[in-house]
Ligand binder design. Sequence first.
Ligand code: F6R
Length: 357
Amino acid sequence: EKGTYPHFMLKEIDEQPIVMRKIINEYQNENNELKLDTDIRSAMKAADRIYIIAAGTSYHAGLVGKEFLEKLAKIPVEVHVASEFSYNMPLLSENPLFVFISQSGETADSRSVLVKIKEMGYPALTITNVPGSTLSREADYTLNLYAGPEIAVASTKAYTAQIAVLAILAVDTANAKGIELDFDPMQELAIVANAMEVLTDQKEELEQLARDYFSTTRNAFFIGRSGDYNVSLEAALKLKEISYIQAEGFAGGELKHGTIALIEEGTPVIALATQKNVNYSIRGNVQEVVARGAKAMVISLKGLEEDDDAFVLPHVHELLTPLVSVIPMQLLAYYAALHRGCDVDKPRNLAKSVTVE
Ligand code: F6R
């Protein structure tokens, strides 16, 4: 039930710190050590390449997961849109492990891939919010998201839960492979949970930004580099699916190769600046669009902020910034949809779980 909340989406956005803490508890033992099925650990260790298969928001979580698995556990990862992989399979490595990411566990596009790769004899791990679901039953292994039921069509807490579980999986694999990490993942996730709480308390500020930038616009661009690019794709999806504003996520450096032609006087461009090594470059991209009339909103990370930034995120571990930078994106989308009179929880043409290919 939504209780005092006007919409499930807002309730589910607010639940994200609680979900983070639940995941921390579920995935560690009494000695504060990571607790993962040893069979999953062995399958991860045996794989020479991971193929992440998912759709929509879960695909966007997969893009973030690739960063964790490659940077922490040193396994090459490919992330594929399920509906494409199904009919246009890439050349596979010798010992692949398939990781299906699905909130519902019922997405037909993902299931079609699962059926095919099982026929080929490959192992599969499903990361899902619904442990008894089809994708969970038909895979060899399951990791639970512990996000609780997600009712709003636009996925919010499942996305952050997927990212947190992927981080835990990457750290566990790194441990299993004897790779030393210089941070305590659970401690960093606890810091994220606190930061999420700070952000969900900043609704008034974000509602005002949504009013200023999205009340009447036809389109909007989200830009970011590196880890921020992944989040800008999700930010654009959130905004378009519930507010019907045409929105696109772009890699900061790619805009000038064509899309910048769409920038007009007043076009909203939301730039994420949470990554130290590309901070200078993304700010250059902001200047490029501002010079063409864009109305820029820079959302930066504490420590990297500049005077004109519209919003500053609390500091968290650099790899985990998607978990916090997505929160203002979700809230901006929520308020944009609300101000434009859209049905936030049940956007047109969409269903919560897509069981047709
Ligand atoms: C967007 C959204 C969809 C789903 C996609 C996959 O907010 O919810 O893009 O992420 O349909 O669904 P699952 O994760 O259930 O496989």
